[in-house]
Design a protein around this ligand. Structure first.
Ligand SMILES: [Zn+2]
Length: 113
């Protein structure tokens, strides 16, 4: 994910690769996105879907969402719509996992230890 351009805004020049707060992932940031506390849209959306909704988030995560939307000039309505789509995709992935489990009879169709 790291290249000459920022993984958050896509246009700023990367100044380093840093951990996304509260997410086990590191991405390239430009100085403007660091200063704005903005983080990659898809990661912010996906992580919010994983916890259920923004209503389930703590204050630090809510601030990250607000700062990211503001810096990327996206609305909360856009954000909430994207979280809904992401949550639906997660549900489908879990259903597919359950179907695979039923088909194979395996406890863990992905062979995880
Ligand atoms: Zn940036």
């Amino acid at each position: 994910m790291s290249g000459p351009f920022c993984d958050v805004c896509g246009t700023g020049t990367t100044v380093g690769v840093f951990c996304v707060p509260m997410v086990a992932m590191s991405v390239a940031y430009c100085q403007q996105c660091i200063d704005a506390n903005a983080h990659p849209w898809d990661i912010v959306v996906g992580n919010t879907a994983c916890i259920g909704s923004l209503d389930q988030a703590n204050d630090e995560w809510r601030e990250i969402v607000e700062c990211t939307c503001r810096h990327l000039k996206r609305t909360m309505a856009e954000f909430n719509a994207a979280v809904t789509v992401s949550a639906e995709n997660l549900d489908r992935a879990f259903e597919a996992m359950e179907e695979a489990r039923e088909k194979t009879g395996d406890e863990d169709p992905f062979g995880l230890p």
